[in-house]
Design a protein around this ligand. Structure first.
Ligand code: BGC
Length: 266
């Protein structure tokens, strides 16, 4: 049976855990060959590549720091070498280094901006160049598709996390400006803004009953998100099913951005 992403190649940065891993699995289930980028957890990325391979899919794992232009280039070389090119690029790598504002070090500020914002700049710049180099392919109506992983914190201010919120606020305008610039070439750029998804990055917010109860007050739909929720959104946004969707942020957050504190008149 034909699958939505058959004959397409997807690169997912930060694919060794959390949302990146869930998105990679979903894209592979939808028929895409996947290039799994990781920074430091090679075993996890290799294990996922193995699992996808055993299920009949195609996957390779590639180490690279997305904040380093030479390593980003290496990542795209791997796409060309193993799968000829790439059709879908998910700029997903992201880190949190949280602290009260006056305790936040310059290193923590720089590290978060380097991965979350500069990493997306370098990854998507290399993607646009690669889409142009190889030209149109019959596998999709678009020349290429880019999905920037944002967050509800591109909209919701987040005290104690100014570096992270600034990086995601930056992604909002970065994505829209890039989408506007390259849409005439039929390159579709969009974002996904996840809410609280059960992953290692926010373990403190869900791994005790008290923490989970507090968190659920922020989610009108009454449950945490799972990585599959983001995976399904990514498959749709990467496929021709969303061919007319350009420059949009898709919030997948159980209603977290609906100001739940105002549900009973504030
Ligand atoms: C953060 C998580 C947080 C969620 C909702 C995400 O972008 O990485 O730590 O739970 O936003 O606040």
């Amino acid at each position: 049976m034909e699958k939505l992403l058959d004959h397409q190649v997807a690169l997912i940065t930060g694919a060794s855990s959390g949302i990146g891993s869930g998105v990679a699995q979903a894209l592979a289930n939808a028929g895409a060959a996947v290039v799994l980028n990781y920074h430091s957890h090679g075993e996890a990325a290799e294990a996922l590549a193995d699992k996808i391979g055993k299920a009949g899919g195609r996957a390779i794992a590639v180490q690279a720091d997305v904040a380093d232009p030479a390593q980003v280039e290496k990542m795209f070389d791997a796409c060309r070498k193993h799968f000829e090119s790439v059709d879908i690029v998910i700029a997903n790598s992201g880190v949190q280094k949280d602290n009260a504002f006056t305790d936040m070090t310059l290193d923590d500020w720089k590290a978060v901006l380097a991965t979350n914002l500069t990493g997306q700049f370098l990854t998507t710049q290399a993607a646009v160049k690669e889409f142009r180099r190889r030209g149109p392919r019959p596998v999709s109506k678009a020349l290429g598709k880019i999905i920037c992983m944002s967050s509800v914190h591109e909209l919701i201010p987040w005290g104690g996390h100014v570096n992270y919120a600034a990086s995601k606020g930056g992604i909002q305008m970065f994505m829209k400006s890039l989408a506007q610039e390259v849409a005439p070439e039929r390159i579709r750029v969009n974002s996904i803004a996840p809410g609280a998804i059960r992953t290692p990055i926010n373990k403190d917010a869900w791994d005790t009953e008290a923490a989970l109860e507090k968190l659920l007050k922020l989610i009108p739909y009454g449950r945490m998100g799972e990585t599959e929720d983001i995976g399904k959104a990514a498959v749709w946004l990467a496929s021709d099913e969303s061919d007319y969707v350009v420059g949009t942020t898709l919030f997948v957050d159980g209603g977290m951005t609906l100001y739940p504190g105002f549900a009973d008149n504030g």
